[in-house]
Ligand binder design. Structure first.
Ligand SMILES: Nc1ncnc2c1ncn2[C@@H]1O[C@H](COP(=O)(O)OP(=O)(O)OP(=O)(O)O)[C@@H](O)[C@H]1O
Length: 255
């Protein structure tokens, strides 16, 4: 059974069809790309999968369970974490606290536990700290644990956002343009780190990315959409010479 199965997924905004009849599935452990020209509907797909939008039609099934009607926090609890095209962090908190706070839904204690500082509360807090430090280490961020994200260079903020998403121990990680705005050295570092977290944490990854170097180096399979519909799917080598893909990108030098 696929980890994620999407059938006939559509989304309309008033008269605008942002997505139309998308089919897609991801097997456990895969790293897959989602590409397409600007406005193709890529972020809409991620907003639907993560519960930020409800579909106009179609079905999303996560590990055998339909997600229709579920709110974003309920989908997160089922194991879907994401990053955003425009970085979203708590800029006044430390990097460490950003990563700790993201785990709150997994804490398994109530307000009374917090006030009484029960054994359950202390156990959960220790576990949260351990996970946060493990991730900071895995992503070479330990030395920034007590910095505020707003004082870090943009490339590091992107990594903190990925670490925060990973702290939820997701089964499926959705990365929305992780390389946007990064220098070429930062892009190489990002490629290494994404590969490392994929291998180390056995997480399934679906990424939207305009920088073909990132998608081509990391993804074993790529889905291409244009104007809300699927136009191709296959290995990076196949996608690069697919006539429909070349036509969609004609004039776009990024491919
Ligand atoms: N909340 C919304 N309300 C109205 N229209 C929307 C909304 N979200 C997206 N759209 C429209 O849906 C279409 C697809 O947008 P989407 O952001 O999914 O594209 P994208 O492929 O992610 O583009 P980009 O690569 O530029 O980020 C666009 O025409 C966009 O303007």
């Amino acid at each position: 059974m696929p980890l994620l199965s999407i059938t006939g997924l559509s989304k309309n905004f008033g008269g605008l069809t942002a997505l139309s009849g998308l089919d897609m599935s991801l097997e456990d452990g895969e790293m897959v790309g989602l590409i397409g020209p600007n406005g193709a509907g890529k972020t809409t797909v991620f907003n639907l999968v993560s519960g930020f939008y409800q579909p106009s039609a179609g079905r999303i099934v996560l590990d055998g369970r339909p997600t229709s009607g579920l709110r974003p926090h309920q989908i997160a609890a089922l194991g879907v974490a994401r990053t955003f095209q425009n970085i979203r962090l708590w800029y006044e908190m430390s990097v460490l606290d950003n990563i700790r706070v993201a785990q709150h839904y997994r804490m398994g204690y109530g307000l009374l536990d917090v006030f009484r500082r029960t054994a359950r509360y202390r156990r959960s807090e220790r576990r949260i700290d351990a996970i946060a430090h493990e991730l900071l280490e895995a992503m070479d961020l330990s030395q920034y644990a007590h910095e505020r994200p707003k004082n870090l260079p943009y490339g590091l903020q992107r990594l903190v956002e990925i670490a925060r998403a990973m702290s939820m121990r997701p089964r499926l990680l959705l990365l929305d343009e992780p390389a946007a705005g990064l220098s070429s050295a930062d892009v190489d570092h990002l490629i290494d780190l994404v590969r490392r977290i994929h291998d180390e944490f056995h997480v399934t990854i679906w990424m939207i990315e305009h920088q073909m170097k990132v998608v081509m180096s990391l993804c074993s399979r790529i889905k291409v959409i244009d104007l809300g519909s699927s136009i191709a799917e296959g290995s990076p080598e196949r996608i690069q010479c697919d006539p429909a893909v070349i036509k969609a990108y004609l004039g776009d030098e990024t491919l």
